[in-house]
Design a protein around this ligand. Structure first.
Ligand SMILES: [Zn+2]
Length: 339
């Protein structure tokens, strides 16, 4: 079959790869309904992570179960499933506390930018729907697997409450999903920090009430001016740079929580500054598995439409163009047709 392999910085190819097989009795093989490219795939693509070995790319997935190992009990061939990018058993202490992304048996999903993928720990990782969903819901169901689940976690970790004033730092796909999540959680005011027209428009559509295009000190001053010099109740940090983290901390009021889901690259925090900011921080890889049943239900009931975050659809053969378009910020997020 064809699959996506990253050979080095800027060098991603759709090429012939072996079909995945059941390797352990707890595995499932799924036939993907669609796949996509994640903002985090751009880190190795840009050479910011080690790429000395060829890497099978892709960790966002949904599709039909093709085969299961002999110990798999909760999913069976023919069912439609969505799974998290973090593989988890959903039974260990961390999983039971709702932090499946720190599962004692955690693995990270790979190889899902392809027509077939192997999912380890299928019982713990996959959530099946009662019926096969209609085709038009596939992009939104695919979004729950990572990008929406991560934006949702940012809002959850930032303790967004009904009536909250929320600032979302970052207008990538995760930031836009954070806006959607804050809206669903009843935030009264959602300020999206973005300087790109198309992303601003999508943020407004997902529920943002205000747009701030300034950054750095000017951005912080705008947020302060909009909140009577108080700051926001909750801040979602969805980028992972030193600048975005500083922005997030300085936009938060004392007592606020910051949900940070951008993978930090070159971020160092000043202990004294953090101490006197009196803000709380919770972040890390999103425990998407905790939220999946709820998010899938919201999609199936057509209460949310996170699939609108995909603004480019390409066949798998053109995956390299999908990466380029996201790297150059011509596309917010690329959906890949894999069948
Ligand atoms: Zn676990």
């Amino acid at each position: 079959m064809l699959g996506t392999i990253l050979h080095g910085p800027g060098d991603v190819r759709c090429e012939e790869v072996p079909e995945p097989k059941i390797l352990l009795p707890t595995d499932a093989i799924i036939r993907l309904s669609a796949s996509c490219i994640c903002g985090s795939d751009l880190w190795p693509y840009r050479g910011l992570n080690d790429t000395s070995q060829p890497m099978a790319m892709g960790h966002e997935y949904c599709g039909i179960v093709e085969a299961v190992g002999q110990d798999v009990k909760t999913v069976r061939p023919g069912q439609f499933v969505v799974g998290s990018f973090c593989i988890s058993d959903n039974t260990c202490p961390h999983c039971r506390f709702g932090f499946q992304s720190s599962c004692e048996k955690r693995e990270f999903m790979t190889g899902a930018q392809a027509p077939l993928a192997r999912v380890p720990l299928a019982d713990g990782t996959l959530v099946a729907t009662a019926e096969l969903p209609s085709d038009d819901l596939i992009p939104s169901l695919l979004a729950t697997s990572d990008v929406l689940g991560t934006g949702w976690y940012a809002a959850d970790a930032a303790r967004v409450q009904p009536g909250s004033t929320v600032v979302v730092v970052g207008d990538g796909a995760v930031g836009l999903m954070g806006v959607l999540a804050a809206k669903q959680k009843g935030a009264a005011r959602i300020i999206a920090m973005s300087r790109h027209k198309t992303r601003q428009d999508l943020a407004l559509e997902f529920g943002a009430t205000d747009i701030v295009s300034e950054r750095g000190d000017a951005g912080i001053a705008r947020i302060k001016a909009m909140t009577n010099s108080v700051g926001a109740d909750a801040v979602l940090e969805c980028v992972g740079t030193k600048e975005s983290m500083t922005q997030a901390i300085k936009c938060a009021r004392p007592g606020a929580m910051i949900g940070y889901v951008g993978v930090p690259h070159g971020v160092e925090l000043d202990g004294q500054e953090l101490f006197f900011s009196q803000t709380g921080m919770l972040g890390g890889p999103a425990p998407v598995r905790r939220f999946l049943p709820h998010l899938i239900e919201l999609v199936l009931q057509r209460k949310i439409n996170p699939g609108k975050v995909f603004d480019l659809t390409l066949p798998l053969a053109d995956v390299a163009e999908g990466y380029r378009a996201m790297d150059e910020r011509r596309a917010i997020k690329t959906l890949l047709r894999v069948q």
